[in-house]
Design a protein around this ligand. Structure first.
Ligand code: NAD
Length: 386
């Protein structure tokens, strides 16, 4: 009798410790694989820099993509698809369904949700110039916060409650410690309206998750996206004077701008110039797919934030040197005084993304410079040259 009891307890233990977890694992795996192949993802701001590169990765991984963009910061030659998306189709051999819609237009957005069976949303659409946001804060609040809350409302009304949000390291403000982990306080040092819109939208999403447990949200806090698709067909195409370092350097190299101004060489950094964590755009795009997979797994609940960076900082002068090497062009530059609001150093601790998302940035500074240069020299005037 005792013998039988022993035996049955072994069967129970086997069932409890091996078969049940195995069953769960299989279920998760099947769900994720099913979502990967058959999901339809709505991508807001899909014709922009990060959006278009992410759409390439989504299409290459068998997702169906519906892109929405109001063309406020991307080039379109008329009433056709934006040039970036035409080129995405060329790279992938797949079709992107596109709607020229402002995310603040509730009715138009609702129609898209009624027309397609959407499984999740990746939300890029936003205005992103820090300087401009100081000049016209209301436009930024209206577009980035108003647009986001309209999107979330339409999603909820249509029963779509899975979202990956483009946030930014700017929510951390002036770093209190380095490298920055996701536990670093947010919102405290956001000094400009753009950064505040990212912080506020994160907070709105957290509240949404508290109010309704069906919501699943991944907040991706990007560090400094640079580079271009290796084909040289798509890349960053800033209108007017570039706000970011890499496109500025690239435009100096290609002869569109005379010289780069380096703001401050007296910071307590390796060579006195500001240090940032640059991340290749393709690595960043892949991070969105990993976030989707994580979100689709049945064990994912509520919201979670992840840093997407390399964990390694480079100074402005190191970037200038690396770009000159990649392009074979001297980068004319001059050191000027510090710019108000700039910080000395900022780089990520991306360990959480590695553990949870199985994501690491694999492309180094050489690849970042080589791919930017490839895009820039093939498209000296960005998408306008086509
Ligand atoms: N590029 C960066 O350095 C960086 C860093 C951190 C976070 N982000 C965030 O990532 C997202 C994408 O950035 P990006 O560099 O691709 O910018 P981008 O300007 O190239 O792309 C944004 C796209 O959104 C569209 N858009 C803006 N407002 C819209 C609206 N109301 N309705 C519909 N479409 C609208 C624009 O036309 C544009 O095509 C943004 O939310 C940005 O704040 C970018």
């Amino acid at each position: 009798m005792l013998h039988l009891l022993y035996k049955s307890s072994y069967v129970f233990m086997l069932f409890y410790y091996a078969i049940i977890p195995l069953g769960y694992l299989t279920k998760w795996w099947v769900t994720i694989e099913k979502m990967k192949g058959n999901s339809t993802i709505l991508v807001t701001g899909g014709a922009g820099y990060v959006g278009s590169h992410t759409v390439v990765e989504l299409l290459n991984n068998n997702y169906t993509v519906i892109a929405v963009d109001n063309l406020v910061n991307c080039y379109s030659s008329g009433n056709e698809k934006p040039e970036a998306l035409k080129r995405v189709e060329k790279i992938t051999g797949e079709t992107v369904t596109f709607y020229d819609i402002d995310i603040r237009d509730k009715e138009a957005l609702d129609k898209v949700f009624k027309t397609h069976k959407i499984d999740a949303v990746i939300h890029f659409a936003a205005l992103k110039s820090v300087g401009e946001s100081v000049q016209i804060p209301l436009t930024y609040y209206q577009n980035n916060i108003g647009g986001s809350s309209t999107l979330f409302e339409v999603m909820a009304n249509n029963g779509v409650k899975k979202l990956v949000f483009s946030s930014s390291a700017t929510v951390y403000g002036d770093p209190q410690f380095l490298p920055i982990t996701e536990l670093h306080p947010t919102g405290q040092g956001c000094t400009n309206p753009y950064g505040k819109t990212k912080y506020f939208v994160e907070e709105i999403l957290k509240d949404l998750c508290t109010s309704d447990q069906e919501w699943k949200v991944v907040l991706l806090r990007y560090f400094n996206p640079v580079g271009a698709h290796e084909s040289g067909l798509i890349g960053e195409d800033p209108s007017g004077i570039p706000n970011n370092l890499m496109p500025y350097i690239a435009q100096v190299a290609v002869g569109r701008r005379e010289k780069l101004q380096v703001f401050g060489a007296d910071y307590p950094t390796v060579d006195g110039t500001g240090v940032r964590d640059y991340i290749h755009i393709t690595d960043l795009a892949i991070g969105h797919l990993k976030a989707l997979e994580r979100m689709f797994s049945p064990c994912f609940k509520s919201w979670k934030a992840y840093n997407l960076g390399t964990g390694r900082g480079y100074s402005v002068l190191e970037m200038v040197k690396a770009f000159a090497k990649a392009s074979g062009k001297p980068i004319n530059h001059e050191i000027v005084g510090r710019r108000g609001g700039d910080i000395a150093e900022c780089y990520a601790d991306a360990t959480l993304a590695k553990i949870d998302l199985d994501w690491v940035a694999t492309r180094d500074i050489e690849a970042m410079c080589r791919d930017t240069w490839n895009w820039q020299k093939k498209n000296p005037k960005g998408f306008h040259s086509s």
